[in-house]
Design a protein around this ligand. Structure first.
Ligand SMILES: [Zn+2]
Length: 255
């Protein structure tokens, strides 16, 4: 089933009233989940001008914080994250982070860098040098850890953490599960190797209930536009997950 942009917007409107929980409180943390920037008309790829408008909005309206700061100091705000490590991160995202002076975490599937299909290690080092980019792990091969044994999960996480630390000379302290799915054994390994793990999609991290190893993130999609983006930043569109449960696939999976 392929949902067009019209249906996607209608779904968001329909689920908005389900955001019956109060809008984000001062100590709630919204972790935004982005993937790619470019012209392709798919949900997980935003036009460059749209990303710039959103980053500018966040810089002027929100307390944009690093993951480390949120985890160490507590308190609320917005964290920006990107997944996978495609070359557009270097071309489009890093310049915007510098222009608006906001930090972001990139969860890197290290095989992309090793295979030449994604960001190069030099480009990643450029990002780290801005002191605005934190590089976390997203496994080595973008593995579905819900179907992996504990030793496979350990190999995927360990390899990617080691590659990041060896190539970039920084500690790799944060992890995000590919496809937003995990397992009890993967969770055990994540606790051994990392300081945090992002698991759930469409979940605002409410004050007092922030679990560093089950962080919730809010996917930002092409069909959001300005209105739904701002609702998501306010933690009011977590119910969009219901729509994707009905469609039985996340927006990051190809139709
Ligand atoms: Zn991914």
């Amino acid at each position: 089933m392929r949902a067009g942009p019209g249906l996607r917007k209608a779904t968001k409107l329909a689920t908005l009233p389900l955001g019956v929980w109060p809008p984000r409180g001062a100590d709630d943390v919204v972790i935004l989940l982005y993937h790619r920037v470019g012209p392709e008309e798919v949900e997980i790829e935003l036009p460059p001008w749209e990303l710039e408008r959103e980053i500018a909005y966040l810089a002027s309206h929100e307390r944009v914080r690093t993951l480390d700061d949120v985890l160490e100091a507590g308190g609320g705000g917005v964290v920006i994250t990107f997944d996978d490590g495609t070359p557009d991160f270097h071309e489009h995202v890093v310049p915007l982070l510098e222009r608006y002076r906001v930090p972001a975490t990139l969860y890197l599937a290290t095989r992309l860098a090793e295979s030449g299909a994604g960001l190069t290690w030099d480009q990643l080092a450029d990002g780290v040098r801005t002191r605005l980019v934190t590089v976390g792990s997203h496994t080595h091969s973008h593995a579905d850890l819900s179907h992996a044994s504990e030793s496979e999960a350990r190999e995927e996480m360990r390899k990617s953490k080691d590659l990041i630390e060896d190539h970039l000379g920084v500690a790799c302290r944060h992890f995000a599960y590919p496809w937003a799915v995990g397992s009890p054994s993967a969770a055990r390994v994540a606790r051994e190797l990392f300081r945090s793990a992002a698991l759930h999609a469409w979940r605002t991290n409410r004050a007092g209930r922030l679990d560093p190893f089950e962080l919730g993130r809010t996917p930002i999609l092409r069909s959001d536009g300005r209105f739904f983006f701002e609702q998501k930043v306010r933690g009011r569109l977590d119910a969009e997950s219901l729509a994707y449960r009905v469609l039985r696939r996340g927006p990051w999976e190809r139709a």
